[in-house]
Design a protein around this ligand. Structure first.
Ligand code: 13P
Length: 258
């Protein structure tokens, strides 16, 4: 049984003081949830968030990583540095990095390997743009991003992986994919991982949906058989709404088990 994972991508929001307060406010609202809870603040707030989360069931992740462990790479942050701050996860290949910072599938591949090398769990983002969707290329784009971005792992690494399917047109727009469409793409991604790394790895790795997830719309996504959680942007900046997403996801999964 895969453990549900809800992650908050704070993007370029929150100072370190604000991050500490957000985590402190979140802790009592999520209690001892069986859901794996991750917050991903900007680099500058990672230490504060990790200190505030220490001893709780909230893990901390970074929003990016560089592929070398150290060296003359001005402005970059490496896996060992993130690990040292208390990170357990790392978002890689977010569409905003692909769109604004020229992130390629080849970069993603190197970063995924760097994350595993440092003992971090990558949350690898894939998803099509609106134009690609309208041209009927959704599966083709996701296939390329998965095959090229996730190449060269061991089956054990693949089984620990988190993939986030985030249709670019659903990010920050208030529009979501339908839960059925998201299930179709996510089921397809799981099949690809099965072909690349075997059935066991595909059964164990977790795949999230992302794009305008809110407390009001999370439930039908969590009811889909292949959707193991969500990567949440805007709604993760407010402790009450992020906790409501976590608690609703837990409730849906609990109901499914009965
Ligand atoms: P929103 O939830 O704000 O649409 O952002 C989604 C996202 O990009 C998470 O990585």
């Amino acid at each position: 049984m895969r453990r549900t994972i809800i992650a908050g991508n704070w993007k370029m929001y929150k100072t370190s003081g604000e991050a500490r307060r957000l985590v402190e406010d979140l802790k009592p609202l999520v209690g001892a949830s069986e859901v794996e809870i991750v917050v991903c603040p900007p680099f500058t707030a990672l230490a504060a968030a990790a200190n505030a989360a220490s001893g709780s069931n909230i893990s901390v992740g970074a929003q990016d990583i560089f592929w070398e462990d150290e060296g003359p790479y001005t402005g970059e942050v490496s896996g060992p540095m993130l690990k040292d701050l208390g990170c357990r996860f790392c978002i890689i290949g977010h569409s905003e990095r692909r769109q604004y910072f020229g992130e390629t599938d080849a970069n993603v591949r190197k970063k995924v390997r760097a994350a595993f090398r440092s003992g971090l769990i990558p949350i690898v983002c894939v998803g099509e743009t609106l134009a690609e969707r309208e041209e009927g290329k959704t599966l083709e784009v996701c296939r390329r991003q998965v095959e090229e971005g996730l190449e060269g792992l061991t089956s054990e690494e693949a089984s620990k992986l988190v993939v986030a399917y985030e249709p670019v047109w659903a990010i920050g727009t208030g529009r979501t994919a339908t839960p059925r469409d998201a299930q179709e793409v996510i089921g397809f991604i799981r099949e690809l991982i099965s072909k690349m790394y075997g059935e066991d790895a595909a059964r164990q790795c977790r795949i999230q949906y992302g794009g305008s997830v809110k407390p009001e719309n999370i439930a039908p996504f969590m009811e889909q058989p292949d959707i193991d959680g969500a990567l949440v942007g805007g709604a993760s900046l407010d402790p009450v709404s992020f906790a409501a997403i976590v608690n609703t996801a837990a409730e849906v999964k609990r109901r499914q088990k009965i």
